[in-house]
Design a binder for this molecule. Structure first.
Ligand code: WTA
Length: 688
């Protein structure tokens, strides 16, 4: 098909040149300019980032080296430090600095609720006042510098207020996506020993009312039982007055159906511990001097799945994270002052941290926070919002694009979308079909597509096109961002030059690479640095084509990427084996047309237990309860025995083949008992 600005290249892949209107105004207008800046950024990172750091406010400059690191486990502890000794406050840089530059009346965030009649906005000055008040609230509750604060909130403006208030007083936020179960929330609170939690009464998602406070109550109960008391629980009154709140002072079983017609939400209330946000805010002062922090002080931790099943608290520090998120935001979304930028990610994930909150605010941008889902009230919701606010830059996940594709083009074409200039994707590999639909249908073949590869650990984009410079290929995250040096390695750690496929690693740190796993430096070193000394190992595979473009091929560890959310197979397995009938479980990734990947579980039952539909439902529910609804397996099957090596190691490679019904098993000579294979093929569920 002929495109306005694409042409076929020799190997048959499509190549899309940057749209010329965008190129004219872009910060980086050509590949030559990109290459020149890239070269400087890797040859002299100090000068490159020092110049960028001058845009920010520093109370005092670094006292030691601007940048130092050790990536080699053989040479002592792994460490990454940028601007050590420099004093700053990230909240001051996000708000006060812009207000001092005359942006006080600029909208910081538009807010669009789940219900299309529910919306609002907040300017930079208003945001500062609200953040300062909440900073004082936190201080009054006894939260101080270095304390960990858990945040379990819906996508409302007060979520950003809560984060920024923590940052203002030097407390470390630990945001847990409000789709995790109480057990997962408790596990994260305990690991970080949070002294306070901020939540909301409840939230509507589509037509469903979620009782967030109940989930928090259950989590805090688990914490109490494990000997850790969370002293304060601040609750935002988010539901409308027609959603009646009934306070109880004891336990109750949730009655989700009962909430429906009456819209009644029962919540537990522990006087002394539980506090309404609005009651504290009325009396709080709207002035709060920021706490001056070291560039290397922690800003937040965010838990991400680990292959052992126990989540890792990825720790980011203030200075480097601030520099890098603001810089990637500026170049990757080619930020212009009149932009209306919208990232649909939940703030509970890293994308929401870096590209709903810190990246845009670091540039004084106008962003949009959306509470709802792409499908409510109908599948045109995204594009309706794009038109309503005249969104210029839009950032979402491939899974959302694929799901919306299924609803057909009419939901998109009903809206003009003529304000859009850049469309971004993140979270998982995007298949070329979805990429092309995004480009042609959503973007009317006029927008640049930026497929951004990065991780919770990397803090910001590491492989990405620049919209005014990089000719793109559908499905490729293209080239490294400034300061990032990727390499592909063989299993033996040999560097692959030119075209080839291998482990994706990075050779030196950029400012926002994670600093450690909270409370577990050893795990940090083992997970990311041990396999290939001298490199940060992403855990992803990638290939490089003849033109040097990098294509992510997916995880090469036991991680499953479900709708852009990483889950470890071990995490799902340990949930399953808590069921009284389960002796053993193994889960693998299975392709899924919308989610990208989904989870497929093999369960071996204890003697006497029967594999029934009820059991399947119970097992799915266990995973929902232990991890969260998004982790529910799509497929389960009875596995009287699992394929194992003689040393007893489960052969997941074979399970992955069985899951997709592929009898081409390759070498099975290491299997202890080949007969299990046929039984497993026979037991595959009909819908798999
Ligand atoms: C995957 C999300 C291909 C990858 C920001 C990575 C991607 C994991 C892309 C991190 C992309 C993210 N193309 N794969 N553009 N972006 N991934 O920590 O496997 O939630 O390691 O961070 O998502 O997921 P995380």
């Amino acid at each position: 098909m002929a495109e306005t600005n694409d042409h076929s290249v020799a190997n048959g892949a499509l190549l899309f040149d940057p749209p010329s209107n965008l190129q004219n105004e872009a910060h980086v207008k050509s590949m030559q300019q990109y290459q020149k800046m890239y070269k400087q950024s890797i040859e002299d990172p100090e000068t490159f980032w020092r110049e960028i750091s001058a845009q920010f406010y520093w109370k005092s400059p670094p006292t030691g080296k601007f940048f130092e690191y050790n990536f080699d486990v053989g040479k002592g502890p792994i460490s990454i430090k940028w601007m050590t000794g420099a004093k700053t406050n990230i909240c001051y840089n996000m708000l006060d600095r812009h207000i001092a530059n005359g942006l006080g009346d600029k909208v910081a965030f538009y807010w669009e609720g789940n219900d299309p009649n529910d919306f609002g906005k907040i300017t930079y000055s208003e945001l500062l006042a609200r953040v300062s008040k909440f900073s004082n609230v936190l201080k009054n509750l006894g939260v101080s510098r270095g304390d960990r604060v858990a945040i379990y909130m819906p996508m409302i403006l007060d979520l950003s207020v809560a984060m920024l208030a923590c940052a203002r007083i030097g407390a470390i936020h630990s945001i847990v996506f409000a789709g995790y179960s109480s057990e997962s929330l408790a596990e994260r609170i305990l690991d970080a020993t949070c002294s306070a939690i901020i939540t909301a009464d409840g939230v509507w998602r589509g037509t469903k009312l979620l009782n967030l406070k109940k989930i928090v109550d259950d989590a805090l109960k688990i914490c109490d039982e494990k000997g850790h008391r969370v002293e304060k629980c601040v609750v935002v009154r988010h539901l409308s007055p027609s959603d009646e709140i009934v306070k109880t002072n004891g336990d109750f079983e949730e009655e989700p159906e009962a909430c429906r017609p009456s819209r009644k939400l029962k919540i537990n209330w522990q006087p002394g511990r539980d506090i309404w946000w609005h009651e504290m805010m009325t009396s709080a002062s709207s002035e709060c001097e920021p706490e001056w922090m070291d560039a290397e002080d922690p800003l937040f931790m965010l838990y991400t799945s680990g292959s052992t099943g126990k989540p890792k608290g990825v720790l980011h520090t203030i200075g480097g994270y601030m520099l890098y998120t603001a810089t990637t935001f500026k170049y990757v979304f080619d930020y212009q002052p009149d932009d209306v930028y919208w990232c649909t990610a939940d703030v509970g994930w890293i994308t929401g941290h870096s590209y709903v909150t810190y990246g845009p605010l670091g540039n004084g941008a106008t962003g949009l926070i959306f509470e709802g889902t792409p499908f409510y009230p109908n599948a045109g919701r995204f594009w309706e919002i794009v038109d309503k606010y005249r969104v210029t830059k839009f950032y979402t996940a491939p899974t959302a694009i694929r799901a919306l594709m299924k609803f057909g083009d009419d939901f998109v074409k009903k809206y003009k979308r003529d304000s859009l200039k850049i469309l971004g994707t993140v979270g998982e590999p995007i298949n070329p079909e979805a990429w092309l639909w995004y480009y042609r249908v959503v973007g009317n073949s006029k927008c640049a597509i930026v497929d951004t590869f990065w991780q919770t650990e990397t803090g910001g984009h590491v492989l990405t096109p620049l919209p005014g410079a990089t000719p793109t290929k559908p499905g490729s995250a293209t080239f490294p961002f400034f300061g990032v040096i990727p390499a592909l390695l063989t299993e033996e750690g040999k560097v692959i030059e030119g075209p080839g496929e291998g482990y994706l690693v990075f050779k030196q740190p950029w400012p926002s690479l994670m600093r450690t796993v909270y409370g577990n430096q050893e795990r940090f070193e083992t997970t990311y640095f041990k396999k290939f000394p001298g490199y940060y190992c992403t855990g992803d595979g990638a290939k490089r084509d003849e033109d040097g473009y990098i294509w992510i091929t997916g995880r090469i560890d036991d991680m499953v990427n479900v709708s852009g959310h990483l889950l470890s197979t071990a995490e799902v397995e340990s949930a399953l084996i808590t069921h009284k009938s389960v002796a053993e479980a193994a889960s693998v990734s299975h392709p899924h047309s919308i989610k990208g990947e989904c989870i497929y579980c093999f369960v071996t039952l204890k003697q006497g237990a029967e594999y029934t539909n009820d059991l399947v439902t119970e097992l799915k529910n266990i995973v929902r309860a232990k991890i969260g609804p998004f982790a529910q397996p799509d497929f389960l099957q009875n596995a009287p025995a699992l394929p194992k090596t003689r040393s007893g190691k489960i052969m997941r490679r074979i399970l992955r083949k069985i899951a997709v019904g592929d009898r081409n098993l390759g070498d099975t000579s290491t299997l202890a008992d080949e007969s299990v294979i046929d039984v497993l093929f026979q037991n595959r569920p009909n819908n798999a």
